[in-house]
Write a protein that binds this ligand. Structure first.
Ligand code: FMN
Length: 430
């Protein structure tokens, strides 16, 4: 045992994780989920339904934007610096008062039940254990109260879709406040669903099966309106096919009463109908933001910003941050890659509010490059869903730990000791 005053060799999370894996191998135990992103996705695919995999993996149209997100990262190269004593590294950042153990958070992903039955709860447990913020989706599979309850003090934000009912918007936001969420992320890019070819080919949309609507079916405002819908609802017309019966059965399984009761009362079907009527608000405009600003004391971030002029407008409308995002290529096919949009937005924003970015982040090098181009932190999307599908909460935890380790090593090997010090000098465009 070294004397307490003797300096301990700093290892950092990167080296700890590497050695854990290598030493495990020497003893005959191997990572529970693949470390490589490609193998992780292939493994996840095997454990998911055809529809579930298509829903998560797919994008809009020809999926050009999914590819563009990756290509944009790959055009930026890290230029490592040498002899800079990188033995002690600090990967933490803080965004709007929320501490992040590493400069990334889990982006909001709806319908996680398609990856694993523990869905949001599994993700929440793992995020909290690693000190990584989890952004609860408006389209979650579990009510935010249940998800928050498994997180202890773990950092969390709430992502909002602005529905046709302002009353519902206000209700969701006040529930998020009570759940300990420390920011609201308003997603702007999904006022309508993009043209998602994989889902269209399978004629499958999870919400129409009652999946991913738990924030609604647990909301008092939604439930009140639901009873009105129920009174107007007519029984399904004409002959009912076997497929329709199976859909009704699926809907009832997702409704938070006993399955038979949900079916018999008509509530499960009415909830889906009411959701479809409420969900989308294409008329949303900048003037609406004042309503939200008045309803909460929490910082509000706008997700889906891709143009510098919109970024400046966000500041002018009292918004506290921006998530530069193209929704993982799921909305506008041919949209600009977020890493291509980031430098112009960073210049326009000039450090006035934090800039977050997601879409295409797959490695520690991607996190590093995003920080170099002006992001304060990045959002992780599909990779944690693949971890969830492959190994439940443990799978998510492995994905998070691997990304934290990968970033820590990339940071040090690039010659930088703090996530806050990564700058434009550390990268070059090829
Ligand atoms: C299956 C799936 C569901 C998603 N659901 C939501 C959602 O409910 N709300 C939201 O703001 N973004 C949602 N997104 C977008 C993510 O928050 C994030 O922007 C995107 O996944 C980033 O791209 P990447 O996964 O390729 O890294 C979803 C993405 C996927 C893949």
């Amino acid at each position: 045992m070294p004397a307490p005053e003797e300096p301990q060799p700093a290892v950092g999370i990167g080296r700890e994780r590497q050695f854990e894996i290598y030493v495990g191998g020497a003893r005959g135990s191997y990572p529970t989920v693949p470390v490589s992103f490609e193998r992780l996705e292939r493994g996840a695919q095997k454990s998911m339904s055809r529809e579930g995999y298509a829903y998560v993996a797919g994008g809009a149209g020809t999926e050009e934007t999914i590819r563009a997100n990756r290509a944009a990262f790959e055009r930026w190269r890290i230029v490592p610096r040498m002899l800079r004593d990188v033995s002690v590294r600090d990967t933490s950042v803080e965004v709007l008062g929320t501490p992040m153990a590493s400069p990334f958070f889990l982006s909001p992903i709806g319908v996680l039940e398609m990856a694993h039955r523990d869905a949001d709860l599994a993700v929440a447990r793992s995020a909290a254990a690693e000190g990584v913020p989890f952004v609860f989706s408006n389209q979650a599979s579990r009510p935010m109260e249940e998800t928050a309850a498994v997180m202890g003090d773990g950092p969390r934000w709430f992502q909002l879709y602005w529905s046709t009912s302002d009353e519902l918007v206000a209700s969701l936001v006040s529930r998020a406040e009570r759940c300990g969420c420390s920011a609201i992320v308003l997603t702007l890019d999904t006022t309508m669903l993009g043209w998602r070819v994989r889902d269209l080919d399978l004629a499958y949309l999870p919400f129409l099966r009652g999946r991913g609507i738990a924030q609604y079916t647990s909301d008092p405002v939604f439930l009140e309106a639901l009873h009105e819908t129920l009174q107007q609802a007519s029984p399904p017309a004409g002959r009912i096919s076997l497929a329709a019966i199976s859909t009704l059965w699926e809907m009832a399984g997702s409704y938070p009463t006993r399955r038979l009761e949900g079916l018999r009362s008509g509530l499960a079907r009415a909830a889906v109908r009411r959701f479809v009527e409420t969900y989308s608000r294409p008329s949303l405009s900048w003037d609406d933001l004042a309503f939200l600003r008045e309803r909460t004391r929490l910082p509000i971030l706008l997700k889906g910003i891709l143009h510098p002029v919109d970024a400046v407008a966000a500041i002018e409308h009292g918004m506290s941050g921006i998530v530069v995002s193209n929704h993982g290529g799921r909305q506008v096919d041919g949209a600009i890659a977020t890493i291509d949009a980031l430098p112009g937005i960073a210049e326009a924003v000039a450090g006035r509010i934090p800039l977050l970015v997601d879409s295409g982040v797959r490695s520690g090098a991607d996190v590093f490059r995003a920080l170099a181009l002006g992001a304060t932190a990045v959002g992780l999307g599909r990779p944690y869903v693949w971890g969830l599908a492959a190994g439940g909460a443990e799978g998510v935890r492995e994905v998070i730990r691997n990304l934290r380790a990968d970033f820590d090593l990339t940071l040090g090997l690039a010659g930088v000791v703090s996530a806050r010090e990564v700058g434009h000098d550390n990268v070059t465009r090829v």
